[in-house]
Design a protein. Structure first.
Length: 149
């Protein structure tokens, strides 16, 4: 699988909330770097949990600043959007913007893929500090509710 195809699968996860796609998209040895957790989170299960929680926080109606591809329409617009993508042979940097509770959030997803197109490293960086604090609060609540289900 090429990086561009893997990125499209990632966008389906974000845009439609198709978190089941993560099972094939994440490598077993994936490492997740959160903007609010000090240590890297290692493994498919914990990374899937964090990315599923983030999808819930940002909502399944996320969009990019271009029309959806392959007939994708997305759901209700959450305001989350990717505004820039830089894609290389095994790496991608996806810049995003959104607003939550009046706080403008700007961040990047820095993703590395293996030769099979699976994510092996996923790093999220967010600014400004108010945004980091808001996401920390929302993610904690989402993770708690997901773990109690």
């Amino acid at each position: 699988m090429e990086t561009a195809e893997a990125i499209e699968r990632w966008h389906r996860v974000v845009r439609r909330g198709e978190v089941d796609l993560l099972d094939d998209l994440l490598a077993d040895e994936v490492v997740f770097h959160s903007p609010v957790v000090h240590t890297p989170q290692e493994g498919k299960a914990v990374t899937r949990l964090y990315l599923s929680a983030a999808a819930g926080v940002f909502s399944s109606g996320a969009k990019r600043d271009r029309p959806p591809t392959d007939g994708e329409t997305g759901g209700k617009d959450s305001g989350f959007r990717y505004v820039r993508e830089i894609v290389g042979p095994q790496d991608a940097l996806l810049e995003f913007m959104t607003e939550i509770d009046g706080i403008q959030i700007n961040g990047i997803d820095l993703i590395r893929f293996n030769e099979s197109g699976q994510i092996i490293d996923f790093k999220v960086m967010v600014r400004p500090l108010k945004a980091v604090n808001k996401l920390h609060q929302l993610m904690a609540g989402m993770l708690k509710s997901m773990q109690s289900d």
